[in-house]
Ligand binder design. Structure first.
Ligand code: CTP
Ligand code: MG
Length: 167
């Protein structure tokens, strides 16, 4: 397969994992829609990660990532395990991003520019490294097109009234 298509396919579980919490945010499944930080504040007086980061988001990121991995496994392009690990990497990166935002005194949902779009893909890539022989050009391509793909997904989420803000 052509190198850029391969790279995009490898990151499909990451994008679904990143969108999963938004798709599920209208629900509270098994009481999982509670903040991971349990409302705790850090040394600086601001929340650790905030109300926008819930257990439900993490669980469904792994489920959506694993599901996409399972679908891609039909064509030998991924597996449930790989998709789940990449999904976890993506949502872990999203948590790191929110932790960083809170340290920068940014409120939940406040625009943090590239931090909002790059956090999940950087960590998804790191978690995917053990499974794939990435070429440098593939990693660069994914990093460069990510802000555009991420922004498009968020605008769609905003139009569908799934997200309050288009970023
Ligand atoms: N979400 C969640 N659990 C997660 C990640 C996201 O429940 N681990 C849901 C929340 O409803 C959140 C929405 O998905 O509001 C959008 O996610 P995101 O844009 O990452 O969060 P923000 O609300 O913008 O918060 P932050 O400022 O921390 O990025
Ligand atoms: Mg956000």
């Amino acid at each position: 397969m052509i190198w850029w298509m391969q790279a995009l396919i490898w990151m499909i579980p990451a994008y679904f994992a990143n969108m999963a919490p938004v798709f599920m945010s209208k629900f509270n499944i098994a009481g999982l829609k509670r903040p991971i930080d349990g409302g705790k504040v850090a040394w600086d007086g601001n929340r650790l990660t905030g109300d926008g980061k819930t257990w439900q988001g993490v669980v469904f990121a792994v489920v959506y990532g694993g599901t996409m991995g399972g679908i891609l496994s039909i064509w030998d392009l991924s597996s449930i395990l790989i998709g789940s690990v990449i999904g976890f990497g993506a949502i872990f990166g999203d948590l790191v991003g929110s932790f960083t935002k809170r340290r920068l005194k940014l409120k939940r949902g406040q625009n943090a520019g590239l931090l909002d779009s790059m956090d999940f893909i950087v960590f998804a890539l790191l978690f995917a490294l053990p499974f794939y022989n990435f070429e440098l050009r593939q990693i660069l391509l994914l990093l460069i097109i990510n802000p555009v793909l991420h922004r498009s997904a968020n605008v769609i989420g905003y139009v569908l009234k799934l997200k309050n803000v288009p970023w």
